[in-house]
Design a protein around this ligand. Structure first.
Ligand code: GDP
Ligand code: MG
Length: 163
């Protein structure tokens, strides 16, 4: 079985941008994996000879009665459950939010292997700005830039090593 990597994080942190970096083909694989549901995006990728599946979350249409946060939480839980390792994306420029704390708490409770990455970190030469993310209790934070591709390969290697 190919390892499954879930990208989770609050809206607008850059999950889909990272998803596009990590995948070469999308969605066609859904049919091959009966256990995977259809309301999230799946993609195939490979690192050398190692193939993996990536799940993007957040491309949802929240139902008005449930609201965006409840739907986000549901998608996050489902994607995490389906995955072998989680890439938890935060926004290096915006800093920590209440939703980041909620997701971190959930991941810690579950004890799921995870990698904390601070996206939009291009041009941040010092790690100083990222120190605040240690507060999330998930260990070191990897700076990445989905838009520019920086740190993406080492993020992926780290995720695959944690499985
Ligand atoms: P998602 O809601 O988490 O899937 O986030 P998106 O991938 O849709 O990105 C949200 C916004 O952040 C878009 O305007 C992206 O262009 C921008 N963005 C994504 N990655 C980066 C990055 O590495 N650097 C910067 N500066 N902006 C980014
Ligand atoms: Mg998205």
């Amino acid at each position: 079985m190919k390892p499954v990597i879930a990208l989770v994080g609050r809206p607008n942190v850059g999950k889909s941008t990272l998803f596009n970096r990590l995948t070469s083909s999308r969605d066609a694989i859904v049919a091959d994996f009966a256990g995977l549901t259809r309301d999230r995006h799946y993609g195939n990728g490979r690192l050398g000879s190692r193939e993996y599946i990536v799940i993007d979350t957040g491309g949802f249409e929240p139902d008005a009665s449930e609201g965006i946060y409840k739907e986000m939480a549901k998608q996050t839980r489902q994607a995490v459950a389906e995955s072998d390792v989680v890439i938890f994306v935060v926004d290096a420029r915006a800093g920590i939010s209440a939703q980041d704390h909620e997701i971190a708490q959930y991941l810690r409770k579950l004890g799921k292997p995870s990698v904390l990455v601070a996206n939009k970190a291009e041009g941040m030469t010092q790690g100083l700005q990222l120190v605040e993310f240690f507060e999330l209790g998930l260990g070191e934070v990897l700076p990445v830039s989905g838009a520019h591709g920086q740190g993406v390969r080492s993020m992926l290697e780290t995720a695959l090593e944690r499985i």
